[in-house]
Design a protein around this ligand. Structure first.
Ligand SMILES: *[C@@H]1O[C@H](CO)[C@@H](O)[C@H](O)[C@H]1NC(C)=O
Ligand SMILES: *[C@@H]1O[C@H](CO)[C@@H](O)[C@H](O)[C@H]1NC(C)=O
Ligand SMILES: *[C@@H]1O[C@H](CO)[C@@H](O)[C@H](O)[C@H]1NC(C)=O
Ligand SMILES: *[C@@H]1O[C@H](CO)[C@@H](O)[C@H](O)[C@H]1NC(C)=O
Ligand SMILES: *[C@@H]1O[C@H](CO)[C@@H](O)[C@H](O)[C@H]1NC(C)=O
Ligand SMILES: *[C@@H]1O[C@H](CO)[C@@H](O)[C@H](O)[C@H]1NC(C)=O
Ligand SMILES: *[C@@H]1O[C@H](CO)[C@@H](O)[C@H](O)[C@H]1NC(C)=O
Ligand SMILES: *[C@@H]1O[C@H](CO)[C@@H](O)[C@H](O)[C@H]1NC(C)=O
Ligand SMILES: *[C@@H]1O[C@H](CO)[C@@H](O)[C@H](O)[C@H]1NC(C)=O
Length: 335
């Protein structure tokens, strides 16, 4: 099976393999602050986009069958598929589970969890690798179960992989041979994701954790933008909510403000390491949890100073922080 969840690390695992020496650390930090300023500028643009999009979405939701939003493909070079209309289902409607900030959790994607007895309220586990009885066992112990799948990348070894057409997938994810970015506009990709939501519902998942929705940040081979990512997430949210399942954002700091109203949580990786936890605070402010993972170099035997530097991070206040190993096995410590 393709270790797709590792794409979470945004290809930066090399920086984590060995501890940084002092000069590497300095250049790493200056890169980080450069990134900060770039993000700030991008953030201002995105706020403008988000406001525009908010208005667009509002009009779409209240306007009956809006019909014609699908006409405008072709903007980004080559054979762009128009975004199919979502028929104006209310993107927030439903009684689905709405967790609060600070909800405790565990995430295990490497295998089915071998230890299902942690005193946490939520398990985030792989959709395909876990069966309905594992899920109902966790729920019988008064836990909620979030089912993980990749929504924005093609993985070769999933049971439904052959449903993708060659034109659906673009460039490889750096460091993950065989795994490719998807054209999340594609009608076929969306049909496959709808089938994955149906599978999650049939297994009894309380919510879903769709990964790799930030292809706009990467060299995907497609013309993807924050706007198309927001559209894709609203498509997924309408689907998940129609099955009475919740749904969250994965990383994708640039579209937090545009999605926080209709998603139920954020799953973030490494915002302390990349000094960007403030990007995810809007979820906390909206009364929704940020399920937060850091991967300390020395895991699974972390020093108390490594632990404190994560757990005492100012900008991560209110987050549901866990310390994990990169391969997301059973080992976990929380703050
Ligand atoms: C999101 O909105 C908050 C205000 O609620 C603002 O402070 C922040 O800069 C915005 N983030 C982005 C990335 O636009
Ligand atoms: C996706 O749709 C948007 C809006 O219609 C368009 O601008 C973009 O070029 C499309 N991208 C792809 C890869 O089809
Ligand atoms: C939306 O409506 C159109 C026209 O009525 C229909 O063909 C299509 O299947 C609908 N799409 C969804 C996702 O229900
Ligand atoms: C969507 O549903 C929510 C919750 O049921 C409701 O508060 C909101 O008014 C609805 N919006 C529209 C446009 O129907
Ligand atoms: C939807 O999920 C919520 C929260 O788990 C639950 O309370 C409610 O009964 C469910 N509704 C339906 C129609 O299944
Ligand atoms: C489980 O955690 C809750 C709060 O998170 C705590 O109140 C409870 O005592 C814990 N139970 C056990 C058996 O440790
Ligand atoms: C479900 O999965 C668990 C753990 O992977 C396995 O032990 C169990 O036999 C499976 N149950 C069914 C009904 O397939
Ligand atoms: C995604 O983009 C980031 C930033 O440009 C880059 O560092 C990373 O390697 C890319 N990730 C993948 C999986 O291609
Ligand atoms: C894709 O493949 C799976 C497994 O072969 C199948 O059950 C499913 O119905 C197919 N369709 C979609 C749209 O994913």
């Amino acid at each position: 099976m393709s270790p797709s969840w590792m794409s979470r690390s945004r290809g930066k695992t090399d920086e984590l393999d060995a501890p940084l020496n002092a000069s590497e650390k300095r250049s790493y930090l200056s890169r980080q602050s450069k990134t900060f300023w770039m993000l700030l500028v991008a953030g201002i643009f995105l706020l403008i986009i988000a406001i525009g999009l908010g208005i667009g979405l509002g009009v779409g939701l209240s306007g009956g069958s809006s019909g014609d939003d699908s006409g405008g493909g072709g903007g980004g070079g080559g054979s762009s598929t128009p975004i199919p209309p979502n028929n104006n289902t209310n993107v927030t409607a439903g009684e689905y589970w709405k967790p609060a900030p600070g909800t405790s959790w565990q995430i295990v994607l490497q295998t089915p969890p071998t230890d299902t007895s942690l005193n946490v309220s939520v398990y985030d586990i792989d959709l395909f690798d876990n069966n309905a009885s594992t899920i109902s066992t966790l729920q019988a112990q008064n836990r909620k179960v979030i089912c993980y799948f990749s929504a924005g990348s093609y993985e070769p070894n999933r049971p439904d992989s052959s449903n993708f057409t060659k034109s659906d997938y673009g460039k490889e994810l750096k460091g993950w041979p065989g795994e490719h970015w998807l054209n999340t506009n594609s009608t076929n990709v969306r049909a496959i994701m709808s089938a994955r939501l149906a599978l999650a519902s049939s297994k009894g998942c309380d919510g879903v954790d769709p990964d790799n929705v930030d292809g706009y940040d990467n060299d995907s081979g497609f013309s993807l933008s924050p706007t198309t990512a927001v559209d894709f997430l609203s498509f997924l949210a309408i689907g998940a909510h129609s099955y009475n399942m919740s749904i969250g954002l994965k990383n994708a700091g640039a579209i937090v403000n545009a999605t926080v109203d209709f998603l139920q949580w954020e799953v973030n990786e490494q915002c302390v390491q990349y000094e960007e936890c403030d990007l995810f605070q809007p979820f906390i402010e909206a009364g929704k949890p940020v399920f937060h993972i850091e991967y300390p170099d020395s895991a699974p035997s972390i020093s108390s100073s490594a632990r404190n530097s994560v757990c005492d991070d100012d900008e991560a206040h209110g987050f549901s922080t866990v310390l994990k190993e990169m391969d997301l096995n059973d080992w976990m410590e929380d703050c």
